[in-house]
Design a protein around this ligand. Structure first.
Ligand SMILES: [Fe+2]
Ligand SMILES: [Fe+2]
Length: 193
């Protein structure tokens, strides 16, 4: 069975890139979010989040960690707004929302792994291209470090793949916020893809 080691230097860098992780009150949850990112980065040849390219041209307008932090802030505010006006509040725990939001693109180091990308592009017939989207790989790492299945679900279903299931309330908020984030940037720059 493959085992993963947490590199403490990379782990410290994750907290520097995503300081909102420190807002997660539950110590075990907070530590597992840090472990998950440290493993995902190291396994894919990165030392920090800022080195990871995004999936779209629009990432030239916003780095990965800034995107993660923005989605976390937008999701927190959106959840607050919903629960101010709804007769029945959404099923949202603040710590879990933060963990889900700050991990939703946990698989991006894999999808943007430089060596793997070159291999996939050279011969897509062998493993596909990408072999796994970041959604699948993120869920794999989340489960590997023992994060709650709700976080793995957010990784797996925050994007298009989520249409095959009923998303959790947190993942539903993340889906729309994440889509809005890139959609607004694309519109502002006249990007039509
Ligand atoms: Fe994503
Ligand atoms: Fe995202």
């Amino acid at each position: 069975m493959k085992t993963y080691e947490v590199d403490e230097t990379i782990r410290a860098g994750v907290l520097a890139s995503l300081p909102m992780i420190s807002e997660i009150q539950d110590e075990d949850l907070r530590n597992k979010v840090l472990d998950a990112w440290a493993i995902s980065l190291k396994e894919n040849g990165f030392t920090k989040l800022e080195e990871v390219d995004g999936p779209l041209d629009v990432t030239m307008y916003c780095s990965q960690p800034k995107h993660m932090m923005a989605v976390a802030k937008m999701a927190l505010h959106a959840a607050e707004c919903f629960n101010e006006v709804l007769e029945e509040p959404l099923n949202i725990d603040r710590d879990l929302l933060l963990a889900c939001a700050l991990c939703h693109d946990l698989g991006n180091p894999y999808e943007n792994n430089v060596q793997k990308r070159a291999k996939w592009n050279e011969d897509p017939s062998a493993e596909g291209s990408p072999c796994l989207r970041h959604t699948f790989y993120g869920a794999h790492i989340a489960l590997t470090v023992g994060l709650p299945e709700a976080v793995a679900h957010a990784c797996a279903c925050h994007s298009k793949e989520g249409r095959f299931v009923r998303r959790s309330d947190i993942t539903s908020v993340l889906y729309y916020v994440d889509d809005a984030f890139w959609g607004v940037i694309k519109n502002a720059h006249g990007i039509t893809t």
